[in-house]
Write a protein that binds this ligand. Structure first.
Ligand SMILES: Nc1ncnc2c1ncn2[C@@H]1O[C@H](COP(=O)(O)OP(=O)(O)OP(=O)(O)O)[C@@H](O)[C@H]1O
Ligand SMILES: [Mg+2]
Length: 226
């Protein structure tokens, strides 16, 4: 199994109160699966995605990624694994505003060390081109439409050729048509063999995935498979 969690919990200690965002999540995702995560606002979906994406660590429980236990790792080691195995797409794109698209997409490669600057830029340009942004390479994010920004964010998520693509409401800030374009891209990536996990509030979007995991109140409430 590519992703395997056991009794994952995440609590936020806010002094006077403690928020239990995850209350024991146990599930697995096989290589090549396309999984949707659905659930009410505040149910813990983003918290779970951040942990799956090695952007955060659980309070307790286990998380095994591609055969190795990552729940106890220090931030530096976690960052290394994230860089190698995971691409993350956010609802609000999270592109850096002061640098152009090519530089944004090339950024994750900087941490690789062994890839030259010209190769970093070549790879980024090719990816942007393949996502229909070849004419926007030198533009900054704020000069682009929402759909263009999200395509650039997908390019950035893919530049390291990760096995897993995690997307947290990637169409949440897009109109319907642009959202469908993004979903087509994700569908193509899945057909190409990538494992994809997407959080969505849209049942129509979730239908594209084979399997939907429903999160309620920090737990897996049920799963549906089509
Ligand atoms: N950094 C934080 N500090 C304190 N509480 C947090 C933090 N992040 C999330 N929470 C709380 O944890 C719970 C789960 O939040 P989370 O963002 O995972 O929900 P979600 O399912 O993604 O919701 P939405 O659909 O609105 O995006 C919420 O009650 C939220 O207020
Ligand atoms: Mg969320």
């Amino acid at each position: 199994m590519l992703i395997e969690t056991r009794d994952l919990t995440k609590s936020y200690d806010l002094g006077a109160v403690q928020v239990d965002a995850l209350r024991g999540v146990t599930f697995g995702i096989d290589e090549g699966e396309y999984v949707a995560i659905m659930g009410p606002s505040g149910s813990g979906k983003s918290t779970l995605m951040h942990i799956l994406g090695c952007l955060d660590t659980p309070t307790s429980g286990r998380y095994s990624l591609d055969g190795s236990e990552v729940s106890g790792l220090k931030p530096r080691e976690l960052a290394r694994i994230r860089n190698k195995k995971i691409g993350f797409v956010f609802q609000n794109f999270n592109l850096l505003p002061r640098i152009d698209l090519v530089s944004n997409v090339a950024l994750p490669l900087v941490y690789h060390g062994s890839i030259s600057r010209s190769e970093r830029f070549d790879r980024s340009k090719k990816l942007l081109d393949s996502l229909g942004l070849g004419h926007r390479l030198g533009h900054r994010p704020n000069e682009l439409s929402g759909g263009e920004r999200q395509r650039a964010a997908i390019a950035r998520a893919l530049v390291n050729e990760p096995a897993i693509l995690l997307a947290d409401e990637p169409t949440g800030n897009l109109d319907q048509r642009t959202g469908r374009e993004i979903m087509t891209i994700l569908g193509d990536l899945h057909s190409g063999g990538r494992t994809i996990v997407i959080v969505t509030h849209d049942a129509g979007i979730a239908e594209q995935a084979r399997r939907t995991v429903h999160i309620e109140d920090g737990r897996v409430a049920r799963e549906t498979v089509v």
